[in-house]
Design a protein around this ligand. Structure first.
Ligand SMILES: Nc1nc2c(ncn2[C@@H]2O[C@H](COP(=O)(O)OP(=O)(O)OP(=O)(O)O)[C@@H](O)[C@H]2O)c(=O)[nH]1
Ligand SMILES: [Mg+2]
Length: 512
């Protein structure tokens, strides 16, 4: 109020001030009178009495002040201001833009087009007219009956309703209905009836997968149960709410329960989902009550009782509709971003491996032309520094040749200190002494060893750059060691050595 009427506050302060003055002035007057009275007989005693009176007044004032403070309520912490819906919409838009930029970097035409199409579909989600409500739950909980009853309450006349059945698995695939309008909600609602989840058969588990996929595309989920939540149902419900899906829990078939059972299960459901779903979002319904026989023998089918659920759906959609759509787009865009990132990582890996291969074979030629002592091979070959620069470039990291040299040198030192250089010389010597003989043996061993070491170095650098220039917890030694082990596996080694020797032989022939 004081914010709306700042002058009112000044007025109140002024009033209080006047009140205090009107008390204080007569009080001072009284004290002076007491002083004059006592001072007539003894001025010192007068001073003492005045001090005493003032002390008592100060004490009274202090006690009153403490007393008031004692009853004052703890200051309430400021309530967190909920995010404005626009934040979510902006976040979803930003995420989509970032996704588009990532998709553009994909080189594989088919993959790029597929991801671009999915991104475009997501963009369309922002301008879609309808809100998506997905009805989810275990087999035979009454999902199709519920959708049918909800459609029956819409403003449209629905001819094509869903098939209802007593056996589980009546609804095989998610059935998407044409959007329908309801009173008091401008936007039409598109209902999707899901196949039952948690069915045992293989067919059932296929259906379950498709049900879960449909659920992630929902703006709002209605989770139908016909009894207290089973553990498995609870896990699914928890997973859905944890990914941020707005969910209503509906206990169906309440016509089968007595009033006290109904209340007991309702209370139990509310407490079990506490923290995941708000109590007002746990509703009880009868989507398709069983027929009853009246005393006069007449059989009647009671009307469905789904009003509390419909009211909740309409309420949530009218207040949170835009936000829910943004949430939905954001979630799916994040998933697509992860997928795209994986494709990009694979693409980079393939490109980086091509660089390693190029250099490992380049080294064969260089070393064959100018044989060097093996231990100095890598350190002296500027080739490795160039390889580091090129691998870095694949991962979007521009480093200069000097830095490339530093990195190559530290890797060489690691190769030597771990005994990998010696190990490789041994492996190569043992393997090729059988096939290569004569004068070219030494040069061949050196060239092939250099190629092999370049490969291990290159693969180690691929790991380093793919992890955003980080050797990981085990440091450079662990990475190098791992690459050495990976590259000495029999099936790879045979092919590599054969390929390397063939290349040397081509060079030998050229020399002759
Ligand atoms: N008593 C009673 N029975 C109901 C109610 N709602 C549905 N049923 C019955 O429950 C059975 C299953 O209903 P459906 O609507 O096919 O259930 P569903 O969840 O779609 O089943 P699936 O598609 O197989 O997963 C049918 O026999 C319905 O008549 C209800 O409110 N009360
Ligand atoms: Mg069904």
């Amino acid at each position: 109020m004081s914010r709306k009427f700042p002058w009112l506050r000044s007025l109140i302060v002024l009033g209080c001030f006047g009140l205090v003055i009107s008390f204080v002035v007569p009080l001072l007057d009284r004290i002076i009178q007491i002083y004059q009275l006592v001072a007539k007989s003894s001025p010192i005693l007068g001073g003492f009495v005045v001090l005493l009176v003032m002390g008592i007044l100060a004490g009274l004032f202090w006690v009153t002040w403490r007393y008031i403070n004692l009853f004052q309520a703890e200051p309430t912490p400021p309530r967190p201001i909920p995010d404005a819906p626009t934040d979510k919409i902006e976040a979803a838009q930003d995420s989509l833009e970032a996704l588009e930029r990532q998709v553009e970097q994909i080189q594989d035409e088919v993959m790029r087009r597929s991801l671009a199409d999915q991104t475009e579909q997501l963009k369309q989600n922002f301008i879609r007219q309808e809100l998506r409500v997905v009805v989810f739950g275990v087999g035979s909980a009454g999902k199709t009956s519920l959708v049918n009853s909800l459609l029956g309450l819409s403003l449209q006349d629905i001819a094509n309703k869903g098939e209802v059945g007593a056996t589980m698995g009546t609804t095989q695939l998610g059935k998407v209905y044409a959007p329908v309008k309801f009173q008091n909600l401008e936007v039409p609602i598109q209902f999707t009836d899901c196949p039952g989840i948690l069915e045992a058969s293989a067919l059932g588990s296929d259906r379950e997968r498709s049900a879960r996929k449909i659920a992630t595309e929902a703006d709002l989920i209605v989770f139908v149960v016909d009894d207290d939540l089973r553990r498995s149902e609870f896990e699914v419900l928890k997973a859905l709410t944890e990914i941020g899906k707005r969910t209503i829990l509906a206990l169906n078939k309440i016509d089968r329960l007595t009033k006290s059972d109904r209340e007991m299960i309702h209370t139990s459901l509310r407490s079990r989902v506490f923290g995941l779903i708000a109590p007002e979002d746990v509703v009880i319904i009868a989507a398709s009550p069983a027929a009853i026989t009246l005393d006069n023998g007449e059989v009647v089918t009671p009307k469905p009782k789904i009003q509390p659920l419909l009211a909740r759906i309409l309420d949530i959609l009218s207040y949170e509709g835009d936000e829910l759509v943004a949430d939905n787009v954001l979630l799916r865009s994040q998933r697509l971003t992860e997928e795209t990132r994986e494709v990009l990582a694979q693409q980079q890996q393939a490109e980086a491996e091509k660089v390693v291969e190029k250099f490992q074979w380049l080294v064969v030629g260089v070393v064959f032309a100018t044989p060097l002592p093996v231990v100095d091979l890598l350190a002296t070959a500027a080739i490795n520094a160039q390889m580091v620069v090129e691998i870095g470039r694949v991962y979007g990291c521009e480093i200069n040749i000097e830095r490339g040299k530093e990195l190559a040198n530290s890797l060489t030192r690691t190769l030597v200190s771990l005994g990998i250089v010696k190990g490789v010389v041994q492996i190569v010597t043992t393997a090729i002494s059988v096939t290569v003989v004569g004068l070219v043996l030494k040069a061949t061993i050196q060239s092939v060893t250099a190629a092999y070491l370049t490969r291990i170095a290159g693969k180690s650098f691929v790991e380093y750059f793919s992890r955003d220039r980080d050797w990981g917890d085990g440091g450079i030694a662990e990475v190098v060691q791992r690459q050495f082990q990976l590259n000495r596996r029999d099936e790879f080694l045979k092919v590599f050595l054969q390929d390397a020797v063939n290349r040397v032989m081509v060079l030998v022939k050229q020399q002759m």
